[in-house]
Design a protein around this ligand. Structure first.
Ligand code: ZN
Length: 222
């Protein structure tokens, strides 16, 4: 049924949203992507998203969200603030309400291109304190958007209940494991693919991949 429908994917060029893009391409007749330019530390993130979209022949809109830098001061948008993540505290890369804002802007764009499906890679499993990544919030926003625009949006969150290892598994099932591994940017130091190996994002990504590869290996053994 979804094969006849159109979706807009919230896309950053990272592992999660690229996996979601492959997922959407399998689910929907037509897929577009939207990337938010909010003055990220690494301009490379935007270039990486553009390259991936071009290669997958997906129409990409880059929206200027530089106003986020006016609203908040944090390590994602300010290179003079170090990336730290103390146990039990929000990481210094936290941007208050970011997913809420991004999904809302994506919805306006989606209605404009007659897409009622929105796809986002938010995830509750490795919920690191971001309230607007929770399933309850996404469901609530879905209702709000439908009322706000009098439109029947459906927000899809294919990664909501899976962990990093299972996200690699999903990419593999979609035939995109190598693509996601080699072409996406997760690293805070701006190194595409396996990354710098040292930053928190690289460590999380690597741990998930190794865990998945280990389980895949074990599944192959008699
Ligand atoms: Zn890194």
């Amino acid at each position: 049924m979804l094969k006849n429908e159109k979706a807009v994917v919230v896309f950053s060029g990272g592992q999660d949203s690229t996996t979601c893009l492959f997922w959407a391409l399998q689910q929907f007749r037509e897929v577009e992507a939207v990337t938010f330019d909010y003055g990220q530390r690494h301009r490379l993130e935007i270039d990486c998203a553009k390259d991936i979209a071009a290669e997958l022949k997906v129409q990409l809109t880059v929206l200027d969200m530089s106003l986020l830098g006016q609203l908040t001061q944090n390590a994602l948008t300010r290179s003079d603030i170090p990336i730290v993540h103390e146990e039990g505290e929000l990481p210094s890369t936290f941007v208050e309400g970011r997913n809420h804002l991004f999904l809302s802007f994506a919805a306006v764009l989606a209605k404009g291109v007659s897409a009622r499906h929105l796809v986002t890679g938010v995830c509750e499993t490795d919920f690191s304190g971001y309230p607007d990544c929770r399933d309850s919030f996404v469901k609530s926003l879905n209702v709000t958007l439908n009322l706000a625009m009098d439109y029947n949006f459906v927000i899809h969150t294919p990664l909501m209940w899976i962990d990093k290892a299972e996200t690699w598994k999903l990419a593999d099932e979609l035939g995109a494991f190598e693509f996601v591994r080699e072409r996406t940017l997760t690293c805070y130091n701006g190194v595409i693919g396996d990354g710098c190996g040292e930053c928190p994002a690289c460590k999380l990504r690597r741990a998930g991949m190794e865990s998945y590869l280990q389980s895949r290996q074990e599944a192959l053994q008699p």
